[in-house]
Design a protein around this ligand. Structure first.
Ligand code: ADP
Ligand code: 5GP
Length: 182
């Protein structure tokens, strides 16, 4: 049986990665798509695990080869979903989560109307800023860029099938788990 596709979007710092990691740890039927990006790896990140880290030239070559289901420029870097990376998983029956931005989500929805779209909201803009600052992975200029774009992204939340507010983490994880497993 073929697995199903889920998209999870939300502003940077809303908790998408934290929620997705827990979902994958708790559910052996769920896997996370590993995207390609031209962003530099963070200290803890590993190539092939968190992302496939590519140069701009490598990424643009893959665009020409039509290797992506979707790609977008996000915060001045390319990010994209590689077709071959998710097709095998779906064929094997796994439910696959794409943790992608709003532009990529809309491209996926256009190609596949069956896809289930989930938007993760922070409890407030102040809390979003706290989380991004406390994560200590971006410079203050990068945090400023991410919070400015957050407003625009949040204005698109009604295009999604489900909106989950990530206030209490365990509650948010359970809500997303129920959407995927129902
Ligand atoms: P995103 O993937 O959306 O950019 P992360 O998952 O990296 O966000 O979360 C941003 C920061 O907020 C991380 O340091 C994470 O540990 C923290 N965080 C996530 N969810 C919660 C929550 N419900 N309450 C408090 N902190 C949270
Ligand atoms: P980060 O740099 O924090 O890992 O991710 C930045 C943004 O890029 C997040 O909004 C994330 O959802 C988005 N993103 C990650 N992978 C992809 C992808 O494959 N495609 C698109 N369109 N966005 C992605």
């Amino acid at each position: 049986m073929k697995g199903r596709l889920f998209v999870i979007s939300g502003p940077s710092g809303s908790g998408k990665s934290t929620i997705c990691k827990k979902l994958v740890d708790n559910n052996e039927n769920i896997v996370l798509s590993v995207s390609a990006t031209t962003r530099k790896p963070r200290e803890q990140e590993k190539d092939g695990i968190n992302y496939f880290f590519l140069t701009k030239e490598e990424f643009e070559k893959k665009i020409k080869e039509n290797a992506f289901y979707e790609y977008a420029l996000v915060f001045n870097n390319y990010y994209g979903t590689l077709k071959e990376k998710i097709d095998d998983k779906l064929e094997a029956g796994f439910d696959v989560i794409l943790e992608i931005d709003v532009q990529g989500a809309m491209q996926m929805k256009e190609q596949n109307n069956e896809i289930v779209m989930i938007f993760i909201m922070p409890p407030s803009k102040e809390e979003l800023l706290h989380r991004l600052t406390d994560r200590k992975t971006e410079s203050s200029a990068e945090i400023e860029l991410r919070t400015a774009i957050a407003i625009e992204e949040m204005s698109k939340k009604d295009k999604y099938d489900y909106i989950v507010v990530n206030d209490e983490l365990e509650k948010a994880i359970k809500e997303v788990e129920d959407i995927i497993n129902n």
